[in-house]
Ligand binder design. Structure first.
Ligand SMILES: Nc1nc2c(ncn2[C@@H]2O[C@H](COP(=O)(O)O)[C@@H](O)[C@H]2O)c(=O)[nH]1
Ligand SMILES: [Mg+2]
Ligand SMILES: [Zn+2]
Length: 500
């Protein structure tokens, strides 16, 4: 096993990298013991290990230096511990994830712990598959399309008796081996997902319900897979992405943030008018985890939990549409200026794209989401009229040019976002492919072989759909638009049923 020479190390070192390095060191010792040494490989591996330790050291010292900048501290006067405390208390920096030096386990005990961990993980995987309830045949058939962009979440919802979110989340957690990796207790997972689905039904929304959450969760999985970004992520980051997608609209009230602000709702008061609903989605979901029976992350270590929470908060807050322009602009600038891509920013953009992805999907899906969304907008318009407020844009059921607004939404919001996702993914993936000629480095990289072709295919796939959908809306405009979208929910479903 040889680690790639010259690979630049991110300043944050993942547990996977630490583990691979420990195994690597151990193997080098064994090779030296039996005098079976390839000097070139040994040199490269030692070089890599030194870079890792250097990156770790730089990371720790950098935390103090950044704090110095923020707090204007003079490093010769303030001791490191005090600087760490100031940085973690008075800046937005989170406590470093590393353990305190005196708590660090010895090398041999780390190797034993890794071996024991692998054993426990295997046992756990077996126990999980034994305890999983059998799925109905129709659900199994439907889930065969899980990796496809055209996956029909409405069908899954119907064959799973209205449990698309629960079914999909469990399937994805198992598919990515996250249940065994993070020892998610099955009973907790079941109870958590029941509560989650219950929260999504609280306001009986036409659009922002558990099916939308299932759709976004599936789309995040597909985006990670089809863009290859999956291979850039640690297991914890994949878990954070799927979790953030599943909870991203939890207990949505069916109104916009502006409606909350104008009506001075309880939520607007709690969150000071800032990303009102998004703040609630995250906060209420993490509150669910406070209960022992629904705490699916009970076996995460403290640093893992903190890292996951930080990532999930950033991702879900990034679904606030008012941050769209800033998000897109920041990522465009980053790509143009050849800066390295910030992982939380990239993952937030992926969740945001998934959240607005239905216009980039086949018409059979997009045409079923649109009337649902419009009906929810119109219900808000009805409430606004009742309260004597002016009706928000696109919320007047008697006077909204739906087709025109959909074309504009696709052209000005969806296409630029997806174009950015494609560009960003290329920038992330191409160096990874060049870096990983030896697939034994990490089994997750194996899928990279086909990713470049897939990435090109992904761009042409979503473009084909947005073009087709715009053209369908143009046809509707030509044929005289119907404003009665309530009745169209039924009609479109029947059409889609015939198409499948
Ligand atoms: N006019 C349209 N707006 C859309 C459409 N699909 C989504 N959206 C908007 O995006 C947000 C997504 O955020 P969410 O977390 O609330 O789901 C949604 O609220 C809409 O404002 C669309 O097809 N047309
Ligand atoms: Mg939302
Ligand atoms: Zn959403």
């Amino acid at each position: 096993m040889a680690l790639q020479h010259g690979k630049t190390l991110n300043t944050h070192i993942s547990p996977d990298t630490w583990r691979s390095t420990i195994i690597l060191l151990k193997r080098m010792v064994q090779q030296l013991e039996v005098n079976d040494v390839n000097f070139e490989e040994l040199k490269r591996n030692l070089d890599f290990t030194a870079s890792l330790l250097e990156a770790f050291y730089t990371n720790r010292t950098q935390q103090s230096f950044d704090a110095d900048d923020d707090l204007q501290l003079r490093s010769d006067v303030v001791p490191v511990e005090v600087r760490d405390w100031l940085a973690s208390t008075f800046t937005q920096r989170v406590q470093p994830f590393s353990q305190r030096l005196e708590e660090k386990p010895k090398f041999r005990s780390i190797v034993h712990a890794v071996q024991a961990g692998i054993f426990v993980e295997r046992m756990f995987r077996k126990a999980y598959s034994n305890a999983m309830p059998d799925q109905p045949a129709d659900v199994i058939i439907c889930l065969r399309d899980l990796d496809r962009w055209s996956f029909d979440v409405f069908s899954l919802d119907s064959v799973s008796s209205g449990h698309s979110l629960k079914t999909l989340f469990i399937e994805l957690i198992i598919k990515h081996h996250l249940n065994s990796r993070f020892k998610v207790p099955l009973s907790c997972l079941m109870s958590f997902l029941c509560e989650l689905e219950r929260g999504y039904s609280k306001h009986t929304n036409a659009y922002h319900n558990h099916t939308h959450a299932a759709d976004v969760t599936h789309t995040v999985h597909c985006l990670l897979l089809h863009t290859g970004v999956l291979y850039w992520l640690t297991d914890l980051e994949v878990l954070a992405c799927l979790f953030a997608a599943a909870i991203h609209d939890y207990e949505h009230t069916g109104n916009s943030n502006n409606f909350h602000i104008y009506t001075r709702s309880e939520m607007a008061m709690i969150y000071n008018d800032r990303s009102v609903q998004e703040s609630h989605h995250v906060s209420a979901s993490f509150r669910l985890l406070q209960n022992e029976n629904t705490n699916i992350f009970m076996n995460l270590t403290r640093p893992e939990w903190l890292e996951l929470r930080t990532l999930v908060i950033e991702m879900v807050l990034g679904t606030d549409m008012s941050s769209h322009v800033l998000q897109v602009k920041a990522m465009r600038t980053c790509l143009q200026q050849h800066e390295s891509i910030d992982k939380p920013k990239a993952l937030s953009l992926i969740l945001h794209a998934a959240d607005i992805s239905h216009p980039a999907k086949p018409w059979s899906l997009h045409s079923r989401w649109t009337p649902r969304l419009m009906e929810e907008f119109f219900t808000q318009g009805d409430k606004e009229a009742e309260l004597g407020l002016s009706i928000s844009p696109l919320c007047d059921r008697h006077n909204t040019p739906v087709s025109q607004s959909q074309i504009a939404f696709i052209e000005f919001i969806v296409e630029p976002t997806f174009s950015l996702i494609s560009d960003m993914s290329e920038k992330i993936i191409i160096p990874l492919i060049q870096d990983t000629t030896d697939p034994s480095i990490c089994s997750r990289y194996r899928g990279l072989q086909w990713t470049v072709a897939d990435l090109v295919g992904f761009r042409s796939m979503w473009m084909r759909h947005t073009e087709e959908n715009k053209s369908r809306w143009r046809d509707k405009m030509k044929n005289g638009e119907s404003h009665s979208y309530e009745s169209e929910i039924q009609t479109e479903e029947e059409t889609a049923g015939k198409e499948h």
